[in-house]
Design a binder for this molecule. Structure first.
Ligand SMILES: Cc1ncc(COP(=O)(O)O)c(C=O)c1O
Length: 394
């Protein structure tokens, strides 16, 4: 019964999730090691896990909670936003991860047919969130060819020239897929451009603690700005699904609309997960920073593995858990290279075409302990040496 023609065009015209394709590839390629998925290798803080273990019998964790999040967690997050992010005029909604937070925000701020702005290379799930909600006029701006920083001059022109004015601009800081950090003056300029044009700025801060080489992450705040955060990577809580939105308290109606969306998707984030998030916050950001320090070695290993591509080919990695690399010119079909690396060399990375940049790859250095990362890096180096020297020999 039925046919393809009966399915929603919005969903049909949404990209296929690259991670689902990559998971299939990993399952199919025997013993392949993954430098693909954006995950960290650690679990949540032990003390926090011990505390939630006791909670499974508490009837409150089996009931629905407040749509916007349990009060104790929201209170702790307001304090955290104030002290760590210097966000003092923001309200908080807890969500089932940062991806759900982003969908909530798109549904709250955009109508089908609106235009929106992203920068290449972009975060694939944000792109798909626009597509599947009917926001298909996605203007993709360039990054600076050297630094990959969003091109603010292009943004200025685009916001002036595009009629009607784009509804929303979004950036990820530090970036997925590039690991590029947006310096504070640039972030402020982007914010000013958005404010002056009357358009929203949505900043995804999923990797706020993942900064290297002495760089410091910062946030911007304003009545045209929404900040998104996640517990997934920082506290090793990917499967617990907790993120949150910091939105401007002063904008009339924002909270009421957000609640409409929330009440129809998760109702509330999982209560036991919110409890774990609260206990993890009590352990504190120093714990996260300690874990992140452990990734520096992994980054070095992966950087070395990418050296056959040449120094100019490798970019990003000042933050987050990613490096971004350009393949030799003739390999525009990056998915073919990704499949070849998996089958022939037993190592998996993400094709850049999923992020709007064909002929590139994203490499994640967060998911493996140092020993395994070293093994994966050896395979990657061997594969890239062969690719550069002899091509994709099967
Ligand atoms: C930039 C960015 N935003 C959001 C997410 C999704 O995070 P969550 O697990 O909190 O939904 C990720 C995960 O990779 C990410 O890299």
């Amino acid at each position: 019964m039925g046919s393809y023609g009966m399915l929603a065009r919005r969903a049909i015209q949404t990209e296929t999730p690259v991670m689902v394709q990559i998971q299939e590839l990993i399952r199919g390629a025997k013993d392949a090691m993954s430098l693909a998925q954006g995950v960290v290798y650690w679990q949540p803080p032990k003390q926090a896990l011990e505390k939630v273990k006791e909670l499974v019998w508490d009837p409150s964790v089996s009931r629905y909670g407040a749509d916007e999040g349990i009060p104790e967690l929201r209170e702790a997050l307001i304090k955290k936003l104030h002290h760590e992010n210097k966000l003092c005029k923001s309200s908080v909604m807890v969500t089932a991860g940062a991806n759900q937070a982003f969908v909530n925000i798109v549904l709250t701020l955009c109508d089908a047919g609106d235009s929106v702005v992203m920068f290449a290379p972009y975060y694939f799930n944000a792109y798909m969130s626009f597509q599947m909600t009917g926001v298909t006029d996605i203007l993709v701006g360039p990054g600076n060819p050297k630094t990959l920083h969003p091109d603010a001059d292009w943004l200025e022109r685009t916001l002036l020239e595009t009629k009607p004015t784009p509804k929303l601009v979004t950036v990820v800081n530090p970036g997925n897929p590039s690991g590029t950090y947006i310096p504070e003056p640039l972030l402020m300029r982007i914010s000013d451009l958005c404010r002056d044009a009357g358009c929203w700025l949505v900043v995804d801060n999923t990797y706020e603690y993942f900064m290297y080489d002495g760089l410091k992450h910062s946030c911007v705040e304003g009545n045209h700005i929404v900040n998104i955060f996640s517990f997934s990577k920082a506290y090793g809580m990917m499967g617990w699904r907790v993120g949150y939105i910091a939105y401007p308290s002063e904008v009339e109606g924002f909270e009421a609309l957000l609640l409409k969306i929330q009440d129809n998707i998760p109702i509330c984030a999982s209560i036991i997960s919110q409890r774990l998030a609260l206990h993890s916050l009590e352990v504190g950001p120093e714990w996260v920073t300690e874990q992140v320090k452990g990734l520096i070695k992994n980054r070095t290993l992966v950087l070395e593995a990418l050296s056959p591509l040449g120094e100019d080919a490798v970019k990003g990695g000042e933050g987050a858990i990613y490096l971004w690399a350009k393949l030799p010119d003739k390999y525009l079909d990056d998915f073919e290279v990704v499949r070849w690396l998996a089958w022939k060399h037993g190592v998996v990375v993400i094709p850049g075409s999923a992020c709007g940049c064909q002929g590139h790859v994203r490499i994640s250095f967060g998911g493996l302990l140092e020993g395994d990362c070293r093994l994966a890096a050896v395979r990657l180096r061997r594969g890239l040496e062969e690719l550069v020297k002899d091509g994709m020999v099967h």
